[in-house]
Design a protein around this ligand. Structure first.
Ligand code: NAP
Length: 356
C-alpha cells in the first residue's frame, strides 16, 4: 500500500513531538507537513521546537518548514493529526474537516459532539459508525474523530472487560498525574518538586463524563446512549515525568464478584481489534501484574512502546466491591499513540484514504 500523507497540527508541542516520534518510519503514514502557531510558522521545525523527547529529533523533520494550521497551507495531506491547544483547536479543526480533510485529534473540543466518536479502538471500535452522520463537509469526506483525556484511557481499558462481565455500577478514581500531561513548560518547578498539587483544572469533570460515552452504545441515529455509571474522580499532579497512575475502586451490578474473578476476566480478555493487526496496536493491551507493588510509572510506562495499560493490586474493597491500580502512558497511549491507533483503525475500515 502507498503510504498516506499526513500533517500534524500543533507539531511543536509536547503531544506534537510524540506524533513526530511515532510517525518516524510508520509503515502506513508519511509526515508531509507540520503546523503550529504564528510564533513558529515560517521557521524550520528544529528552530521552532524546544525538543523534550528522550530520543533524538528525527532528521527527516528538522528542516521541514512549520506552516500555519490552515487547510490551504496543508493542501497536500490525506488527513491530519491534531495536538493543538484546546483554546484554538475548535475552529481550526472544523476548517480542515469542512475542507474534506479528516482530523484525528487529542483536543477536547469535539469530544461531547453528538456525532463525533470519542474512540479507544479496543473499547468502542463500533463508535466509528457515528462518522457518516457528521455534517462538517457536504461531500462527507472530512470528519473529526477524538481520543479521550489521558486518564480516561487506562480507566476505560481496565474497566471494559469488567463492565462486559459484571456491569460496572459505581467508580471512585484518584489519578496521580505526570507533569508531561500539562505540556511544556507546564507546571512551574517550584510548585511540583517534592510536592503534590491536589487540583488539575477541568480534569475531574472529564474523567467523570468521558467514560460514560466510551462505554455507551451507538444507536441507529448515530448518537451514543451513555453508560449508566456513577463516577467520582480526584485528580492530583505528582512529580513524575511520564505516566498517570490510577487508584480505582469499583462497584458492580453483579453481586459477589471476587478479586480472583476480576483478575481472570482481565487476563482472558481479548481485544475486539486483535485480529486486525494494526501496526500500533499492542499485542496485549491490558496486562495484570501479580506483584502488588506493580505497576509503577518508571518501571512499566513504556511496556509495549507505551501502548499497554497495566493493572495490579486487585483486592476486595470495604466501600464498593473491588479496588485496583492502573497505569497508562499519558502522551503515548493517552494522546499521540492513541490517535495514531485511531487513524489506523479508520484506514482499515476505509474511512481514511488517499484524497487525490
Ligand atoms: P503544548 O505543549 O502547549 O503544545 C501546544 C501546541 O499548540 C503547540 O504546537 C503550539 O504551537 C500549538 N498552538 C498554540 N496556539 C496555536 C494556534 N493559534 N494555531 C496553531 N497552533 C497553535 O500542549 P500539549 O500538552 O502538547 O497538548 C496539546 C493538546 O493535546 C491539548 O489540547 C491537550 O489538552 C491535549 N492532550 C494533552 C495530553 C498530554 O498528556 N500532554 C494528553 C491528552 C491530550 P507553538 O509552539 O507555535 O506555540
Amino acid at each position: 500500500m502507498e503510504k498516506l500523507k499526513v500533517g500534524v497540527l500543533g507539531a511543536t508541542g509536547a503531544v506534537g513531538q510524540k506524533f513526530i516520534r511515532l510517525l518516524d518510519n510508520h509503515p502506513w503514514f508519511t509526515l508531509v507537513a507540520v503546523g503550529a502557531s504564528e510564533r513558529s510558522a515560517g521557521k524550520s521545525y528544529a528552530e521552532a521546537t524546544h525538543w523534550i523527547e528522550t530520543s533524538e529529533m528525527p532528521d527527516f523533520v528538522k528542516e521541514m518548514t512549520v506552516k500555519n494550521c490552515t487547510p490551504e497551507a496543508m493542501a497536500d495531506v490525506d488527513f491530519v493529526f491534531s495536538g493543538m491547544d484546546a483554546a484554538v483547536a475548535g475552529e481550526i479543526e472544523k476548517d480542515f474537516a469542512s475542507n474534506g480533510i479528516p482530523v484525528v485529534t487529542n483536543a477536547r473540543v469535539y469530544r461531547r459532539d453528538n456525532h463525533v466518536p470519542l474512540l479507544v479502538p479496543e473499547v468502542n471500535p463500533d463508535h466509528i459508525g457515528q462518522i457518516p452522520f457528521q455534517r462538517f463537509d457536504s461531500n462527507g469526506r472530512g470528519f473529526i474523530i477524538t481520543n479521550p483525556n489521558c486518564v480516561c484511557v487506562p480507566l476505560v481499558l481496565s474497566l471494559k472487560p469488567l463492565h462486559d462481565a459484571f456491569g460496572v455500577d459505581k467508580v471512585l478514581v484518584t489519578s496521580m498525574q505526570a507533569v508531561s500531561g500539562a505540556g511544556y513548560p507546564g507546571v512551574p518547578s517550584l510548585d511540583i518538586m517534592g510536592n503534590v498539587v491536589p487540583n488539575i483544572g477541568g480534569e475531574e469533570e472529564k474523567i467523570m463524563w468521558e467514560p460514560l460515552k466510551l462505554l455507551g452504545s451507538v444507536g441507529d441515529n448515530g448518537i451514543v446512549s451513555n453508560a449508566s455509571i456513577a463516577i467520582q474522580a480526584s485528580a492530583y499532579r505528582v512529580p513524575v515525568v511520564e505516566g498517570h497512575l490510577l487508584s480505582v475502586t469499583v462497584g458492580f451490578k453483579t453481586k459477589n464478584v471476587s478479586a480472583a474473578d476480576a483478575i481472570s476476566v482481565i487476563q482472558n480478555w481479548v481485544s475486539p481489534i486483535a485480529e486486525l493487526n494494526l501496526p500500533s496496536a499492542p499485542k496485549q493491551p491490558l496486562k495484570y501484574f501479580e506483584d502488588p507493588a506493580h505497576p509503577q510509572p518508571r518501571l512499566h510506562v513504556w511496556n509495549e512502546r507505551g501502548m499497554q495499560v497495566s493493572v495490579g493490586k486487585m483486592r476486595a474493597s470495604g466501600v464498593l466491591d473491588l479496588a485496583f491500580t492502573a497505569l497508562g502512558h499519558n502522551t503515548v497511549r493517552g494522546a499521540a499513540g492513541g490517535a495514531v491507533l485511531n487513524a489506523e483503525l479508520l484506514v482499515n475500515k476505509g474511512y481514511i484514504k488517499a484524497r487525490a
